[in-house]
Design a protein around this ligand. Structure first.
Ligand code: SIN
Length: 290
């Protein structure tokens, strides 16, 4: 059991309503289409630091305003595996047509693009078109996952690095039998390139420790075989996605959401066959995990 996440910040400019005891908060009172004053920005940063996933209902933003808001959090980058928005290529889109069948983008618990040397710090995603029900995104708090481990397990993990790569997503180890409902753009990045990150990292803003391995990009610890790594990795993947550590976001048109892409997992829920879903996202770069 853990104490429900609570922000110590005093909020004057925005209203913050926590979603679950683990993470997530709804934010009202800010018009993101207009330039933000410093106090509002500081309060948004504090809510984001403490709740990890924050969402703003009713923000019918232009692409330019969406990008400008995302840039408050750092430089916007693009990911090789996601299609750009044609009229604004710094933004990328996740779009599923009503007649699509099969797996959706992000259907396995993961942290985005940890195969990069400097994986995204956060993602700012806006709903353009949503199903009448379904199509939620679930998130999990990896600080809580770390805190809940025994001292001995923390000690063991602190000495390990994990090998991350996109080999199973768009490299040579893709499963040909995966029934994906989506295609990738023409990817120029080397899907098999490997990079190592520590298994326990410290968040650059909060200074808190979190578990940093995920089921999409990590298949072994540095210096160990996949077979040797599998039992501990499987334990960590299951532990990090325990329902106690999660929240689930119901999307509405024009809702804008930011997720911390270091100290959270996320997972798209594929329960809306027959309906379209269209999201536009800005990806913000972060420092090298350490
Ligand atoms: C993703 O994994 O980046 C997609 C999340 C979503 O579409 O809800």
């Amino acid at each position: 059991m853990f104490e429900p996440v609570q922000s110590q910040q005093t909020y004057r400019r925005i209203a913050v309503e926590p979603l679950t005891g683990a993470l997530g908060a709804e934010i009202r009172g800010a018009d993101l289409a207009r330039p933000l004053d410093d106090e509002t920005k500081e309060e948004i940063f504090a809510a984001f630091r403490d709740y990890l996933v924050i969402y703003f209902p009713d923000q019918p933003l232009s692409h330019a305003a969406h990008l400008a808001f995302a840039r408050h959090f750092g430089p916007v980058i693009t990911l090789p595996q996601i299609f750009p928005v044609p009229e604004c290529p710094d933004l990328q889109m996740i779009k599923r047509e009503a007649d699509a069948k099969g797996r959706v983008v992000g259907e396995t618990w993961h942290t985005d693009s940890t195969f990069l040397e400097r994986p995204p710090y956060c993602v700012v995603m806006r709903a353009i078109d949503v199903p009448p029900s379904g199509g939620d995104t679930a998130f999990s708090n990896l600080y809580l996952a770390y805190d809940a481990l025994s001292p001995k397990m923390k000690e063991l993990l602190s000495g390990l690095r994990a090998v991350h790569s996109a080999a199973h997503l768009f490299g040579s180890k893709q499963d040909p039998n995966l029934n994906r409902s989506f295609k990738f753009p023409e990817i120029k990045a080397d899907g098999d390139r490997e990079i190592t990150h520590p298994v326990v990292c410290t968040h650059p803003v909060s200074g808190r420790k979190f578990v940093y391995v995920n089921n999409v990009f990590v298949h072994r610890f540095d210096g160990m075989t996949e077979e040797e790594s599998a039992p501990l990795l499987q334990f960590l993947f299951a532990h990090c996605s325990k329902v106690d550590f999660t929240c689930r976001i119901r999307w509405h048109k024009d809702q804008l959401l930011i997720w911390d892409n270091r100290a959270t997992y996320h997972r798209a829920i594929a329960d809306y066959d027959g309906c379209a879903r269209h999201m536009v996202r800005a990806t913000v770069e972060g420092p090298r995990p350490s």
